[in-house]
Ligand binder design. Structure first.
Ligand code: FE2
Length: 299
């Protein structure tokens, strides 16, 4: 696996590298910092008068879940957050008329055993391609506050090309949307929702923990195995992630290789065009449909 730091490679070459398992790290830019500051302001407002990084010392997990259940959707749908993503992508050489993104998610990882499920789910090792993501999907991840190696995210690059026995065959994105997502805030202590998981013991080492500055971001393939690092620090980790696909790659079915995913459905309907937020044209997104989008259509 190659790790490129502030590479000046073109977006076409960069995507090609990412599809073979490379990671790209980017220094903070005005737009990424603006996005982080927006997130910080929203977080600080809901947790005041407490320090958001220490909030687990002051309020119950239930109360915290309740607050996050309101905060996270507000951030996701904030008009300014989409504009910041557009700016970030343009600054990094992405062609906005070809690049589609999904709305940025805010994630949290609390120290110890505080709130590990539901609205603050601690992600076990997984590939996003087990969750119906296309093989051309690129994941973007950035910290909202200062990060350390004990509260970040880990990549497990030796599994990029190595199949893992997993339960993705039981996962369908449309079914998940219909049945589970709305209920995330209810899962405070345990999470009973069925998610694709490894079904064999994994050797998570060697692992790569990317620690970057606030507003720094890194990109990796949706096919890369990654996980939430158990937070052994004493501060909460707040992060932002979002995903992109490039229309030419979607159309040509270019992307990482599928080594072990068997899920059904597709997230192709979620991405918004970098210029006007329109969806991927139906004639192209339909190439990824398998009929389950109708089976599990929202009532
Ligand atoms: Fe993921």
């Amino acid at each position: 696996m190659n790790i490129y730091v502030d590479s000046s490679m073109s977006d076409d070459s960069r995507r090609s590298e990412i599809y073979s398992g490379s990671v790209f790290a980017h220094s903070p830019s005005p737009n990424s910092l603006k996005l982080c500051r927006l997130a910080q302001a929203m977080i600080e407002e809901v947790f005041q008068p407490f320090d958001p990084l220490k909030v687990h010392n002051h309020i119950s997990a239930e109360k915290c879940a309740e607050i996050l259940a309101t905060l996270k959707p507000r951030f996701i749908h904030h008009s300014e957050s989409k504009q910041c993503i557009q700016g970030m992508l343009a600054d990094l050489g992405c062609d906005l008329s070809q690049t589609y993104f999904d709305v940025p998610r805010m994630r949290t990882a609390f120290p110890g055993d505080f709130l590990k499920s539901g609205i603050a789910y601690a992600f076990h090792p997984h590939r996003d391609t087990w969750y119906s993501a296309p093989y051309c999907q690129i994941n973007w991840w950035m910290p909202i506050y200062d990060l350390n190696s004990e509260n970040c995210m880990a990549l497990h690059p030796h599994y990029f090309d190595r199949p893992i026995k997993n339960s993705s065959a039981g996962y369908n994105y449309h079914k998940w949307n219909l049945e589970s997502r709305q209920n995330a805030a209810q899962h405070v202590k345990t999470d009973t929702r069925v998610q694709p998981r490894p079904e064999e013991p994994l050797d998570l080492d060697p692992q790569v923990r990317m620690v970057c500055k606030v507003g720094g971001a890194y990109q990796f393939s949706a096919a890369s195995l990654h996980s939430t690092v158990p937070n052994t620090s004493d501060v909460v980790r707040y992060s932002i992630d979002f995903r992109t696909v490039h229309l030419a790659d979607v159309r040509s079915r270019i992307g990482a290789r599928n080594v072990d995913s068997q899920c059904t459905g597709t997230t192709m309907g979620d991405y918004l065009k970098g210029t006007d937020y329109s969806h991927i044209p139906e004639e192209i997104s339909s190439m990824y449909q398998d009929g389950t989008e109708v089976l599990y259509a929202k009532a």
